[in-house]
Ligand binder design. Structure first.
Ligand SMILES: [Zn+2]
Ligand SMILES: [Zn+2]
Length: 192
């Protein structure tokens, strides 16, 4: 039955943030209106105790997989995204303690013009370390960053509590309905 729920991967990534004393898992949506309708139409109707998130690790990447029973099955969606492992991901993996809040976040890319001076670039150096001329190259010795790139995340207030969190390897997914479903539909049945 759960295989009939459409898979949704049209989001930028996941942020992991401490907020309200708990780790927050934050799917990042670029459009504020879209984030509002995702919440209204789908996540609002989720039954907290049935929300599952799965992290299936494959080499340097992981599959983020999230689904739930819904009081409004017609507009239900399951989420997935293949993402590179990151420090924040590893921190969440170690520190979540079996519980997390689910919130949506609105993601805004920041260019050098509209970033604060201390905003941190993907290269790990601050905006003020980048050239404000035509090319916003990083001025740090040995840094090969050619363009300032940073983002801001606004966490939306509404939240759900997740208590079913599992980290899996690919060999384990056969025993886990949600992740098996996801990887079967979005990977195995697409190769050749
Ligand atoms: Zn940079
Ligand atoms: Zn740099």
């Amino acid at each position: 039955m759960s295989s009939s729920i459409p898979w949704f991967d049209d989001f930028v990534g996941i942020a992991y943030r401490y907020y309200d004393l708990r780790m927050n898992v934050v799917p990042l949506i670029t459009d504020r209106k879209e984030s509002a309708s995702l919440w209204h139409d789908t996540i609002h109707w989720w039954v907290d105790s049935s929300i599952k998130i799965r992290f299936v690790e494959m080499d340097d990447e992981y599959w983020f997989i999230m689904g739930s029973d819904s009081q409004k099955p017609d507009t239900n969606l399951s989420f997935f995204k293949v993402l590179p492992k990151s420090e924040n991901y590893e921190r969440f993996k170690k520190g979540h303690g079996g519980e997390a809040y689910l919130r949506l976040g609105v993601y805004t890319a920041k260019s050098l013009d509209n970033a604060k001076k201390n905003a941190v670039c993907d290269c790990s150096h601050e905006a003020q370390d980048h050239d404000e001329g035509d090319d916003d190259v990083c001025l740090f010795n040995k840094c090969d960053c050619k363009k300032f790139s940073s983002f801001q995340v606004n966490l939306l207030k509404r939240k759900k509590t997740i208590t079913d969190i599992k980290f899996l390897e690919e060999k384990d997914v056969k025993d886990d309905t949600l992740s098996w479903n996801c990887i079967n539909v979005n990977k195995y049945s697409k190769s050749n």
